[in-house]
Design a protein around this ligand. Structure first.
Ligand code: NAP
Length: 270
C-alpha cells in the first residue's frame, strides 16, 4: 500500500475506505472484506453513527493495530473544550481502540472559538489518544487562523475534491504549509461514472473511469478515501494503486473543473 508521510512523521496510506452511509451489518461486512483485500486505512466520523459496526471488523481481522490507520471526526456541535474531549473518548470506546491515528474537526463552527478546540486536540495528542490531528472542510482563511494559533498542530485537511471541484489554490496552500490534503467524495459520489467525457477518455487510454479519477488525485499528492460497498468496487479502487496512467490522460481531467460542490458548506464560516 502506497503511503505518504505526515508532518508528525507518521505515514498515512494514500488510499482509504470512506464509510459515510455504510451502516449496520453491511458496514461490518464491507470493512471485513476491505481489510482482507489489503485496505489498511478506514475513514469514519462520529456523525456517521457506524463506529460500533466498524469495531468488530477491526477486531476479527487479526491485523496488528500498528498496521491500521483509523481516522474519525468530531462534529461541529461538539467543538467546545469539554465536548471535544468527551466525544473523542466516545469515539475510542465505540471503535474499541486505544488511540486514533487521525482525529479531525469535521466542520468549522464560527460560534465556538477554535482556540478551545485546538487546546483539547493538543491534549489528546499529548496523552497518546491520537497520533495526528487535522481538520475537514477548512478554507484557506480557516487554516491561516489555525496555523497562527497553533503552528504545526494539524497535518491534514480533508475536503471535497474531484474533477468538478478542482481546488487548486487550496491544494497549493496546504502543500506549502506541510498539510496533506485528503479528497472526500473523490468519485463525485458516482457522477464520474455518468460523464461521457470521462468514459471516452478511459476508452482512449484503455483505463477505467475510476482508475483515471483516483490516479489524477493521487498523482497530485492527494490522499483518497472513496466509499465502496461491493467487493467489485472495493477491488477496482484498490487496484488503482498498481496502475500507471499516462500523464497526458490525467492532464485532461485538469480542465473539467466547474467549482461544483456536492456538499454545501454555507453554514460553516468562522
Ligand atoms: P465517493 O467516494 O465519491 O462515491 C461513492 C459512490 O461511488 C458510491 O455510490 C459507490 O458505490 C460508488 N463507487 C465506488 N467505487 C466504485 C467503482 N469502482 N465503480 C463504480 N462505482 C463506485 O463519495 P462519498 O461517499 O461522498 O465520499 C467518500 C468518503 O469521504 C465518505 O464515505 C466519507 O468517509 C468521506 N466524506 C467526508 C466528508 C467530510 O465532511 N469530511 C463529506 C463527505 C464524505 P457502492 O457503494 O455501490 O460501492
Amino acid at each position: 500500500m502506497g503511503k505518504t508521510t505526515l508532518n508528525s512523521g507518521q505515514e498515512i496510506p494514500i488510499l482509504g475506505l470512506g464509510t459515510w452511509q455504510l451502516t449496520g451489518n453491511e458496514c461490518t461486512e464491507t470493512i471485513k472484506e476491505a481489510l482482507k483485500m489489503g485496505y489498511r486505512h478506514i475513514d469514519t466520523a462520529d456523525a456517521y453513527e457506524n463506529q460500533r459496526e466498524i469495531a468488530p471488523a477491526l477486531k476479527v481481522s487479526g491485523i496488528k493495530r500498528s498496521e491500521l490507520f483509523i481516522t474519525s471526526k468530531v462534529n461541529r456541535h461538539n467543538l467546545h473544550y469539554n465536548d471535544f474531549l468527551k466525544t473523542a473518548n466516545k469515539i475510542l470506546n465505540e471503535l474499541d481502540i486505544e488511540y486514533l491515528d487521525l482525529l479531525l474537526i469535521h466542520w468549522p463552527n464560527k460560534d465556538i472559538p477554535v482556540e478551545e478546540t485546538l487546546k483539547a486536540m493538543a491534549e489528546l495528542k499529548e496523552k497518546g489518544k491520537v497520533k495526528d490531528l487535522g481538520v475537514s472542510n477548512f478554507t484557506e482563511s480557516h487554516l491561516e487562523k489555525v496555523l497562527d494559533i497553533y503552528p504545526g498542530l494539524i497535518s491534514v485537511n480533508q475536503v471535497e475534491f474531484h474533477p468538478y471541484l478542482y481546488q487548486k489554490r487550496l491544494l497549493n496552500f496546504c502543500q506549502e504549509h506541510d498539510i496533506v490534503l485528503t479528497a472526500y467524495s473523490p468519485l463525485a459520489r458516482g457522477m464520474v461514472f455518468e460523464d461521457p467525457r470521462i468514459k471516452n477518455l478511459a476508452e482512449e487510454y484503455k483505463q477505467t473511469p475510476v482508475q483515471l479519477v483516483l490516479k489524477w488525485l493521487m498523482e497530485k499528492g492527494i490522499v483518497v478515501i472513496p466509499k465502496a460497498s461491493s467487493a467489485v468496487h472495493l477491488k477496482d479502487n484498490l487496484e488503482v494503486l498498481n496502475q500507471d496512467i499516462p500523464a497526458k490522460a490525467l492532464e485532461v481531467l485538469d480542465t473539467f473543473n466547474e467549482n461544483k460542490r456536492l456538499i454545501d458548506p454555507s453554514f460553516s464560516e468562522f
